[in-house]
Design a binder for this molecule. Structure first.
Ligand code: C2O
Ligand code: CU
Length: 461
């Protein structure tokens, strides 16, 4: 059943500049030597007190394995990618964060439905070098899925992230999703590009600030084109784009369709079939790949049609093959319930204009509130990109509904926190401030852009 979404995506890809043969079809078993997809390290959590999960996280330089070699990266807990924070709904997380870097840093819990204040997702807290801070928050009952953490100090975020500071957060499935997806092999894939010069991370060059820094090595959990031997005939890939600026356009061998089941940490109402997924920096998606009757399937990277990026060839990212004893499983029919956004109760409309390195003609200033909103109210934001380059719109704390793109309704309802805005696009976003108050940020998630001023302050009270 081709949805209008997959039609649009097909159109998008055929409009691209690359004529692509069905590369995967003639692929020999070159991946036979591929490394296994490494599971992510995890933050050890002490749950000895009921309702509490206590853990420790450090930021430090370390020499770590990267794609079969070693490199000196900026890491969380001396691992790359950073260790997974695996939490449950309703529990209180206490995370003692030690900054062992030579400069300040901090944590942002991207996508988590937690307050932007106190010890929770408070990006105004800076942890000076050599000091520690205890973050604490309660995981919302509405949260489920893949989120992530990364530093958020203005002017330092791009360098710290590029050098390795990124980690995934997983909120365990609620019972109805666990039921719908029972028996399905489940892998977390952190997509992160990096460029190494010998053992070190290549520093930013001047030109990379306006266009965004992309790494030459495309890694999945720190490895190039690893392999998954799946325990079931359907495999669930939970994908996080932890890159600074790279857009990952993903397709399977021979344009085999796959299903999207979640975006930005929220399950869709039902799986959406497509042949292509565009994952922008900061974005997450979960997909189901069908292996029934196949020897293997490869997920390919395709360059995204965005301006300014260095040329990167089409290349394999991940090989998946079913084990001989893979259990057959069926596709889920229903997933989550996406709440409806009631436009009749909107109290405020706003215009957010994205332009190169600024928002509404203003560069970021932390002492200026750009949007003041009322707690409990609903608003519609008209986000318009007047630049010549794609930008990635991200709002902290409050997921939003994409109501329309250039006056067209999206093919399916979803709650998002990070979306692409192409040159000339006008997105209408429905923002519901029903929960949480405080002062936080919205910005372009290409880290170089937000560092250079494409970021603004919102206060809700
Ligand atoms: Cu993932 Cu303001 O960030
Ligand atoms: Cu941008």
């Amino acid at each position: 059943m081709p949805t209008s979404l997959s039609r649009r995506r097909r159109f998008l890809s055929s409009a691209g500049v690359f004529a692509l043969p069905a590369l995967g079809l003639c692929l020999p078993r070159a991946f036979a030597q591929a490394r296994e997809l490494p599971p992510l390290a995890e933050i050890a959590l002490d749950r000895s007190e009921p309702g509490l999960a206590r853990g420790e996280l450090s930021a430090e330089q370390a020499v770590v394995p990267v794609d079969g070699g070693f490199a000196r990266l900026t890491t969380y807990n001396r691992s790359f990618p950073g260790p997974l924070l695996r939490v449950r709904r309703g529990e209180t997380v206490q995370l003692r964060f030690s900054n062992r870097l030579a400069e300040e840093t901090n944590l942002h819990f991207h996508g988590m439905n937690i307050p932007p204040v106190r010890r929770a997702d408070n990006i105004w807290i800076h942890v000076p070098k050599g000091e520690a801070f205890e973050y604490a928050f309660t995981v919302s009952q509405r949260d489920a899925g893949l989120h992530w953490y990364h530093p958020h100090i203005h002017g330092k975020m791009a360098r710290q992230m590029f050098a390795g500071l990124t980690g995934a957060i997983l909120v365990e499935d609620p019972p109805e999703i666990a039921d719908a997806l029972r028996g399905i092999d489940d892998r977390i894939c952190v997509l992160k590009d990096i460029t190494l010069q010998g053992e070190d991370v290549e520093p930013h060059r001047h030109l990379e600030w306006p266009v965004g820094k992309e790494g030459a090595q495309l890694l999945v959990n720190g490895v190039r084109a690893p392999m998954v031997r799946a325990r079931s005939t359907l495999v669930r890939l939970r994908l996080l784009n932890a890159s600074n600026a790279r857009y990952w356009r993903l397709r399977l061998t021979a344009d085999q369709p796959f299903s999207i089941i979640a975006e930005d940490g929220y399950f869709l109402g039902a799986p959406i079939e497509t042949e292509e997924l565009l994952l922008v920096p900061g974005g997450r998606a979960e997909i189901l790949v069908d292996l029934a009757g196949r020897e293997h399937v490869t997920m390919w990277y395709h360059p995204a049609p965005r301006r300014g990026h260095a040329f990167t060839a089409v290349q394999p990212l991940l090989h998946v093959e079913p084990r001989a004893d893979a259990t057959p499983v069926v596709h889920p029919a229903r997933l989550g319930v996406v709440p409806v956004f009631d436009e009749t109760t909107v109290v405020q409309q706003r215009s957010v204009v994205l332009s190169l390195l600024n928002i509404c003609s203003q560069f970021f200033r932390e002492d200026r509130v750009d949007i003041h909103a009322r707690a409990g109210s609903r608003e519609i934001w008209r986000v318009n990109n007047v630049d010549l380059m794609d930008h990635t719109f991200h709002l902290h704390t409050w997921h939003f509904h994409v109501l329309s793109v250039n006056d067209e309704a999206p093919a399916h309802d979803a709650l998002r926190d990070t979306v692409n805005v192409r040159p000339g696009d006008v997105l209408r976003l429905g923002v519901d401030f029903k929960e949480h108050r405080g002062r936080t940020l919205y910005h372009c998630h290409m880290a170089e852009h937000s560092d250079k001023g494409m970021m603004a302050v919102i206060q809700v009270d």
